[in-house]
Design a binder for this molecule. Structure first.
Ligand code: ATP
Ligand code: MG
Length: 419
């Protein structure tokens, strides 16, 4: 199955698709590596995207040799800052707004399923073999002698043409079950399909997802939620039973797809936060199920809070369903919940009136502030301490309900309160 593509050279694609600054950098790096009699390659996602004509400026370089000392030597010539990880033999070189990753070519072996691998320096051929999918396992030579030459040892180009996501060997998902989520991401992002044998292995090995640490699993979910259309990945994950492994109460259905696209409209021009997407995904969980998800994913404080608040607010939503509620009442019912939780209920709540009230809170009420502050109140003769806080709250309430409109109005209100 090993294919060679001696004739394929990507120099033209590189010159058309990458910024001149990065091209000059790669050529310099290639020259310095060649002087050291080492081979340097561009690898992984950027090679895939060069062939697909998709924008990607994340350069991953692999050296047959010590990547850290190469990065340092390049930095001496061109400037920039090197951050090295000696344990992994990797380095990041940053200059201006650019950053390039250097890795020492290595092989990996997995002493136990889903444990971190034992790595040792190896050839580019072995380095490519440790990768997740054939389409991510191609390299481009950067040494001047062979600049632009594509190294496609495992059929990556043919799988790009066939639009297939294919692992390199039968134990791939057992070694590292994060590849299951990665596979679904690429499939949906690129409009590809899992190749049938790979799909069979994925289904067979799905239970290994349960062996992943919370941190690694959460990282995969974060990556999914950074995709342009995460709902597609979640729908596919649901269909295959992968989502249920995260938590059996989760659904990737048409409802979720609709809510996710509304969340994008609501958050534009930014993308929805992790907390908002997660709160929509977990919207129908019980309090107890949400806690299970939070601990399985070892969710950090903010995200855990978003999900908890979402579910608590959902369970209190009836209080917001009264069409006669004055704005101040809406405000004080909602202001204790985190913003993603309010957004999630605005998008997903069942009562139309409650949703309207949440919309009013998000658009307007949350930004309302009295003109007078604590200092102004003290000057007007209010004793420092709890009374200030109480008066500020009364001012806010009056503002929210339109009973005061100007600083003048507020001052008269304070005088009345003092009298
Ligand atoms: P993206 O566009 O999503 O960043 P990418 O291909 O650049 O895609 P990265 O997660 O940045 O993906 O990883 C870079 C490369 O490292 C991949 O192309 C792949 O070759 C390899 N890789 C990453 N994660 C794994 C993994 N879990 N198992 C095997 N190889 C991996
Ligand atoms: Mg990448």
């Amino acid at each position: 199955m090993v294919k060679t593509s001696a004739s394929i050279n990507l120099a033209t694609k590189i010159s058309k698709q990458l910024p001149p600054e990065l091209i000059a950098f790669m050529q310099l790096a290639g020259r310095i590596a060649q002087q050291r009699e080492q081979r340097l390659y561009l690898v992984g996602g950027v090679v895939r995207d060069l062939l697909l004509g998709r924008a990607n400026f994340d350069l991953d370089l692999v050296l047959e040799g010590d990547a850290i000392s190469l990065a340092q030597e390049i930095a001496l010539v061109k400037g920039g800052k090197v951050t090295a990880h000696h344990r992994f033999g990797t380095a990041k070189l940053r200059w201006d707004n650019f950053s390039v990753d250097f890795t020492t070519a290595r092989s990996e072996s997995y002493p136990e399923p889903c444990a971190l691998p034992v790595v040792k320096p190896a050839s580019i051929k072995e380095d490519l073999f440790r990768r997740d999918f054939t389409i991510n396992a191609m390299a481009v030579e950067l040494s001047p002698a062979a600049y632009g030459q594509l190294l496609d040892l495992y059929g990556g180009r043919s799988d790009l043409e066939g639009k297939l996501i294919r692992v390199l060997h039968e134990r791939s998902f057992i070694d590292d079950a994060t590849r299951i989520w990665r596979g679904l991401r690429y499939e949906q992002r690129l409009g590809f399909e899992l190749e049938p044998v790979t799909l069979g292995w994925l289904k067979r090995d799905m239970a290994y997802l349960d062996r992943l640490s919370g941190d690694r699993l959460r990282h995969e979910l974060e990556l999914v939620l950074k995709e342009e259309c995460p709902e597609r990945v979640l729908q596919r994950a649901d269909q295959l039973g992968v989502l249920a492994r995260l938590h059996p109460g989760l659904k990737g259905d048409g409802w979720l797809a609709e809510k996710f696209s509304e969340a994008r409209r609501l958050s534009a021009p930014d993308l929805p936060s992790f907390g908002l997407y997660l709160s929509l995904l977990g919207y129908h969980l019980s309090v107890e199920e949400a806690e299970q998800l939070i601990s399985r994913l070892r969710l950090p404080k903010l995200a855990a809070q978003a999900l908890r608040d979402t579910i608590n607010l959902r369970d209190e939503l009836a209080l917001l369903a009264d069409p006669e509620l004055p704005p101040s009442r809406i405000y004080f019912l909602v202001c204790g919940y985190s913003t993603p939780a309010v957004m999630a209920n605005f998008l997903a709540g069942e009562s139309a009136v409650a949703r309207q009230h949440l919309g009013l809170f998000l658009r307007k009420l949350r930004y309302v502030k009295p003109a007078l502050n604590g200092e102004a109140l003290t000057q007007m003769g209010i004793a420092p301490g709890p009374q200030i806080k109480e008066t500020l709250k009364q001012l806010l309430e009056a503002r929210l309900d339109g009973k005061v409109k100007t600083r003048r109005d507020e001052e008269s209100l304070v005088k009345r309160l003092l009298a």
